[in-house]
Design a protein around this ligand. Structure first.
Ligand SMILES: [Mg+2]
Length: 176
């Protein structure tokens, strides 16, 4: 018998799978960009939704983001299929408020862009605007225990990236 192929990370496949799974789970880049826009529009009146899409795309190119999104979506899906062990199964299925690993996993996304992302992440989690509100609606079938935090974290990271970019542009003499 021949040896199995040695494991080798295919970063492009991981990035592509991340985008596909976000889409399959009903979340569009546009919706995440709208959250980033909501977070930063008052600070940067010149900010456009198109620019926010570019920032979200940049966040979605990061390995930490791929890893967190794929892990969280997988756990949501296993909970939907009731394949997790008790008592974790019930906690994830019912989005138990005292279970905080969904937020902790999402923090690995926020951490990439520093502390501005952290405050924005907390703000989104409290306010639950747009797509986050939809993901939080319980219908007894779909589970988005991890996904709502992951999406909020991507938007918060994009908001942080916007702030850093705006400052850099300003210092370089190219205010947008
Ligand atoms: Mg959650």
């Amino acid at each position: 018998m021949s040896n199995p192929e040695p494991y080798r990370l295919n970063s492009r496949a991981v990035a592509e799978a991340t985008r596909q799974w976000l889409s399959k789970r009903g979340v569009s880049i546009q919706e995440i960009a709208e959250l980033a826009y909501l977070l930063q529009k008052d600070y940067y009146p010149e900010l456009t939704e198109e620019a926010c899409i570019e920032h979200v795309e940049a966040v979605l190119s990061k390995r930490e983001v791929h890893n967190a999104v794929l892990t969280g979506i997988q756990l949501d899906m296993l909970a939907e299929q009731r394949l997790l062990l008790p008592p974790l199964q019930d906690m994830l299925f019912h989005d138990e408020p005292l279970y905080g690993c969904d937020e902790v996993l999402a923090l690995s996304i926020v951490n990439v862009y520093g502390s501005i992302g952290l405050t924005n992440f907390g703000y989104i989690d409290k306010l639950k605007p747009g797509v986050i509100k939809r993901l939080n609606e319980k219908n007894g079938r779909d589970v988005h225990t991890f996904l709502d935090d992951l999406v909020g974290a991507i938007a918060a990271a994009a908001a942080s990236r916007i702030a850093h970019r705006m400052q850099a542009d300003h210092e370089n003499g190219h205010p947008e």
